[in-house]
Design a protein around this ligand. Structure first.
Ligand code: HEC
Ligand code: HEC
Length: 361
């Protein structure tokens, strides 16, 4: 055998040995390197159910760190002037105070931005629930002309030509070849870690603190089912620690002529017109304005609506029991108490957790 053949056969042997050591890993990729990404287990807070993180995108420390960089990366937008974090701001529970958000070209988004937390427990995403996975959701703002206005090939080329990203993808996913699938997997990994479960309400559920008399009065109104109480728990279920069951409903915001398409865009059914995802009521202290179009500036406005502004429209939810007479009819004192109760679900540590902050700041 000549020298060259010996070298080649040695190489082949080496390759086959190292192949045996391949660690079949998450995300469908294999690492020939024993120090592949470090698995990360997302803890389930007390009282929460099992999360819905897909087998195809199990979390790793490297994936989460990369996802955080990408979440705050302006290269994902046409004019390199906005990132996901521009419309989803940590101090606003990852929504933002504008009624409609401003995209890369200075135009306004069509809906109010959504607060982002406890996403690992949600069955679908967007106000009308049109995306079933967080990974797919992240594809959309990048190509939305009112938001980041890019194409995925352009994003991929910017990231593949970047000085740092290929190495970070190698560490997280075992390949330097960056594509939209891996970008959105990494972003989703970071988003799954945005857990908010550290409010006074959580301590109350763990029997660690009492509510004040006003907050307790508000809690009773929240779960009350008669007229003059809130009747909120029918949809924003009190048992679910997220205080929302995410079901698609029409809560009577508009008259028939003003009804938006909502969930019917997903199902094509006229009975789903005007239905939107029932949101979590956590962190309302930080996430104004409220509803899919941000129409209410304060919780007072929200309660005035549920009290006396409800429309009995074509698809209003049967659980809006008092829609035929305009609402539940709350006294001003009852509104004060309900607001005090809702504010027990504020988790200010979530807003200041450095794990979630822009790594470039
Ligand atoms: C220009 C502002 C803007 C930018 C930039 C933006 N978003 Fe959003 N985001 C929104 C708006 C508005 C909605 C609600 C849109 C709808 O329902 O039609 C939303 C909804 C979402 C949701 C759904 C949450 C839920 O509870 O259903 C997620 C998740 C999300 N965005 C993540 C991201 C990620 C990741 C990026 C970056 C890749 C991003 N957003 C960039 C404005 C923005
Ligand atoms: C019939 C079901 C139903 C009932 C009852 C109900 N809600 Fe809602 N709630 C919804 C839906 C659906 C939305 C989202 C509507 C939209 O944006 O179009 C919503 C939105 C909200 C929001 C806005 C949250 C955000 O992030 O923008 C608040 C606050 C709220 N509800 C509080 C309450 C309170 C307090 C009560 C009791 C007085 C109550 N809700 C009763 C279904 C209901």
């Amino acid at each position: 055998m000549n020298k060259r053949l010996i070298v080649i056969s040695l190489l082949l042997i080496l390759i086959s040995i190292s192949c045996e050591k391949d660690i079949p890993l998450k995300n469908g990729s294999t690492f020939t390197d024993e120090d592949g990404p470090t698995p990360y287990y997302l803890e389930i807070p007390d009282g929460f159910t099992e999360h819905r993180i897909p087998e195809s995108n199990l979390l790793s420390k490297e994936g989460i760190a990369l996802g955080k960089m990408l979440f705050y990366e302006p290269l994902l937008s046409r004019n390199q002037n906005i990132s996901c974090g521009s419309c989803h701001i940590q101090e606003n529970a990852f929504t933002n105070p504008k009624r409609l958000s401003v995209g890369t070209n200075g135009e306004e988004s069509s809906m109010h931005s959504m607060a982002l937390f406890n996403l690992a427990w949600q069955p679908y995403y967007f106000w009308n629930g049109r995306e079933k996975t967080l990974e797919n959701q992240a594809l959309k703002p990048v190509v939305n002309p009112l938001e980041m206005d890019m194409t995925w090939p352009e994003v991929e080329s910017r990231l593949n030509n970047h000085t740092e990203y290929p190495k970070l993808f190698l560490d997280a996913f075992g390949t330097e070849v960056i594509d939209s699938i891996l970008v959105t997997r990494a972003i989703a990994q970071f988003e799954y870690t945005l857990v908010s479960a550290d409010s006074k309400w959580d301590s109350y559920l763990r029997n660690e603190v009492d509510l004040s008399p006003l907050e307790e009065k508000g809690r009773l109104l929240f779960v009350g089912l008669q007229k003059g109480t809130g009747d909120c728990t029918h949809c924003h279920s009190e048992i679910n620690p997220n205080i929302g069951d995410f079901v698609m409903r029409n809560n009577g915001l508009d008259s028939d002529v003003a009804l938006k398409s909502g969930y019917s865009e997903v199902t094509g059914l006229s009975r789903d017109v005007g239905k939107f995802k029932t949101p979590s009521l956590r962190n309302l202290a930080f996430s104004a304005p409220y509803m899919h179009d941000g129409r209410f500036e304060s919780l007072r406005d929200v309660l005035d609506f549920y009290s006396e502004g409800v429309h009995f429209n074509l698809t209003v939810d049967p659980l809006m029991e008092f829609a035929t007479d305009g609402g539940v009819d709350l006294s001003e004192e009852s509104k004060d108490a309900l607001i005090a109760f809702l504010l027990t679900m504020s988790d200010s540590n979530f807003l200041t957790n450095p794990e979630f902050a822009d790594p470039n700041k």
